[in-house]
Design a protein around this ligand. Structure first.
Ligand code: XBP
Ligand code: MG
Length: 254
């Protein structure tokens, strides 16, 4: 039986990266007096490293190796990341990061039907809370029974650890759940935990390898703007709804 839906956040619930995280990283660098600016193209490359602190380390090793080698650089990264998180949360509260098409309706329908909801993300818990509150409802955090975020596991996606962490807390086998992801790293993490995964790709992830996904779509779709199907079968439906999820789930597990 399909019992739970597990959502990635960045790129899946909302297009957070280009106009959210990237802008917040740059604001933090500026505030700290660093001459770094991640443009849209460079940021696309840096996204191959998941986790904000990990991404800064990766960038510095490549573009500012002397600074990265200094004692205390770890502390600087932690401070930069605190600043970045503050800027990101402000952007979200200002309403700059809307949910992707079909996400709100699907989450509300799942909740109304008694499906359990969970989150498995690389990003920091503060960012998840801000996005859910700003885009769904003031109490939307409580709609999600399990929120696996940030540093609760040491190895971030593409490692399966965050999905295994969530499954353990849901106390359900992978076969009772479906996952929503947007990136190759996210898909790899979910598949590594044995989870069937629907991919809604985006600007930064459209060229990723989505082998093994249950379906690959442009987004979840809304009635007057149907999802474009890149792989899989939506049986003529314009958007992903609970009936379609149950059909896909049956096809895999029965
Ligand atoms: C999301 C990420 C995150 C954000 C930044 O990946 O890679 O690192 O870009 O978040 P996924 P923090 O969607 O696969 O979980 O700065 O809070 O780490
Ligand atoms: Mg993502």
């Amino acid at each position: 039986m399909l019992e739970a839906l597990i959502f990635d956040v960045d790129g899946t619930l909302a297009d957070t990266e280009r106009d959210g995280h990237r802008v917040a990283f740059n604001a933090a660098f500026k505030e700290a007096g660093l001459p770094w600016n991640w443009d849209v193209r460079l940021y696309g490359e840096l996204l191959s490293v998941t986790g904000g602190k990990e991404r800064i380390h990766h960038f510095a090793r490549r573009f500012a190796p002397e600074l990265a080698a200094k004692a205390g650089f770890d502390n600087l990264v932690r401070k930069l990341h605190v600043l970045k998180t503050e800027h990101y949360v402000q952007l979200v509260h200002a309403g700059r990061i809307p949910l992707r098409p079909g996400v709100g309706p699907l989450i509300r329908a799942a909740r109304a039907a008694g499906l359990r909801l969970a989150i498995a993300t690389t990003t920091s818990p503060e960012n998840v809370a801000a996005l859910l509150r700003a885009s769904l409802a003031a109490d939307a955090e409580s709609w999600f029974e399990v929120i696996g975020a940030g540093d609760v596991v040491a190895a971030k996606k593409p490692a399966p650890d965050i999905y295994l962490w969530v499954l353990e807390r849901l106390q359900r086998p992978a076969a009772d759940c479906l996952v929503f992801e947007d990136s190759g790293n996210g898909l790899k993490a979910a598949l590594g935990a044995g989870l069937a995964t629907i991919v809604t790709d985006g600007e930064y992830t459209v060229s990723h390898d989505f082998s093994g996904a249950l379906a690959v779509l442009s987004d979840l779709g809304v009635p007057d703007r149907p999802a474009r199907v890149r792989r899989g079968d939506m049986y003529g439906k314009p958007c992903v709804d609970l009936e379609l999820l149950r059909t896909w789930h049956r096809e895999i597990y029965q």
